[in-house]
Design a protein around this ligand. Structure first.
Ligand SMILES: [Zn+2]
Length: 442
């Protein structure tokens, strides 16, 4: 039996700076690593993958999401953030543990299908849910969400308070310490929900336990103004003062930095997820991504939850994120498609896990996607990277390998039962919307 899978004949984009035409890339399912990348070595064998009509590229990373919230897709589409949070909360209060689990399952179906190999997430996380991610074969950096010491975040699922979540977060990390696919971080939601005392406590705990932190910062102008009124400084500066930037902290949004915030976010180990569609949908604003790049901030791309998106297709973020910067700056040179691809691959990988490169090379993890090039939107194939940055969608993805495991094979999921998951989610959403007195369609 072959110890290698050879993917033969594709245009391989090992990173946004290069294209190898008519190339071969091989991987070892047992080690999960790439074993060869270069010209086609010889006649393809019967077990090899014919990839003549495919681009092979690094897998995409969703650097900020709340995956389980797929059940809230289309719930409260047209209101600003604070009002939206209230509407979302009413729904979330009714979600049982199994509802959350079903939502996570649907999110993984959607993410794998659209070429995402891993996600950085903040929500309810425990051993059962992390085991589900491992069984699906995805990578995750999971942050059990905390909204205050006494706040019960998901009362329909668990009575545990924020204090209890903080106490068990290192235990969850220890439980999955030997699992290469999983990282666990602390998940204080935001300064305005948690307060400075809790954030300082998290910084101390994270330093002691060697864990990272995932937090929302400076998403809206109102949040920044409120922080300045209350604490005299921006949410980003407050997080810095409380010690969060001496850690491996991952920041979601950072739409409205104040002077000096850019430099704080450029500290070593800090990563920032830009979530352009979520920021647009909630009317939060446009993050100064070009300024962050100049300041040396490590940038990634995220969808945020589908409740504020309403999809989890990183190709949309790549395109819209780039166009948004160009429109805001009146300058098509302010962000290239290649820079956006780097944010979605190597940038996201840096946010997901230490030493994960997000690029294809011999000896690196076999986290890769295959993208169909036979669609009209892929014709003519002037440059595969141009297609990936500006024309491709998640629907063009045919195959996904994560750590050498083929989790999507010719558009068929190998680790998740898509039909069953979709039917289950439909039932659950019908129940909750009925309880809330909301209309049902279909
Ligand atoms: Zn978020």
């Amino acid at each position: 039996m072959s110890t290698e899978i050879r993917i033969v004949g594709a245009s391989v984009v090992p990173h946004p700076g290069a294209v190898l035409a008519h190339a071969e890339i091989a991987l070892s399912p047992s080690s999960g690593l790439i074993t060869y990348l270069g010209p086609i070595r010889g006649p393809a064998g019967p077990v090899d993958v014919d990839a003549r009509d495919r681009i092979v590229a690094p897998g995409l990373v969703n650097a900020h999401t709340h995956a389980a919230m797929t059940l809230l897709r289309g719930h409260s589409d047209d209101v600003p953030l604070r009002e939206w949070l209230t509407a979302i909360r009413a729904f979330e209060l009714r979600m049982t543990f199994e509802d959350i689990r079903a939502g996570l399952g649907l999110a993984m179906v959607e993410m794998i299908r659209s070429g995402t190999i891993g996600f950085v997430d903040m929500h309810l996380w425990d051993g059962t849910l992390l085991a589900d991610v491992c069984a699906a074969g995805m990578r995750v950096r999971a942050a059990p969400a905390v909204f205050g010491y006494d706040a019960v975040a998901y009362p329909g699922a668990t009575p545990e308070t924020g204090a209890q979540v903080l106490d068990r977060t290192p235990d969850l990390a220890a439980e999955f310490a030997g699992e290469d696919l999983v990282r666990v971080s602390y998940g204080p939601h935001a300064p305005y929900s948690c307060g400075p005392g809790l954030l300082g406590d998290v910084a101390s705990r994270a330093a002691v336990n060697g864990l990272g932190v995932h937090i929302h910062l400076s998403e809206t102008r109102a949040e920044v103004d409120e922080s300045i009124d209350r604490h005299g400084i921006s949410p980003i500066a407050l997080a810095g003062r409380l010690g969060l930037f001496a850690l491996r902290t991952h920041v979601a949004h950072a739409v409205h930095p104040r002077p000096g915030d850019h430099q704080l976010l450029a500290a070593p180990g800090i990563t920032v997820s830009h979530n352009p569609i979520s920021n647009l949908k909630l009317g939060a604003g446009i993050a100064p991504i070009a300024d962050y790049r100049t300041a040396g901030v490590a940038l990634a791309l995220g969808s945020d939850s589908v409740a504020s998106n309403n999809a989890a297709d990183l190709f949309q973020e790549i395109k819209i994120g780039t166009l948004l910067q160009r429109g805001a700056h009146h300058d098509p040179g302010v962000q290239s498609g290649l820079e956006a691809l780097a944010m979605a691959t190597s940038g996201g990988a840096a946010a997901l896990a230490d030493r994960l490169p997000g690029r294809l090379g011999v000896g690196e993890p076999a986290d890769l996607v295959m993208v169909d090039t036979t669609a009209p939107s892929a014709t003519p194939m002037t440059d595969p990277r141009s297609f990936l940055a500006f024309a491709a969608t998640g629907a063009d993805v045919t195959d996904v390998f994560i750590a050498g495991r083929r989790v999507l094979e010719d558009r068929r999921l190998t680790t998740l039962d898509e039909q069953a998951i979709r039917a289950d989610v439909g039932e659950r959403v019908r129940r909750i919307r009925t309880e809330l007195g909301l209309p049902l369609f279909g």
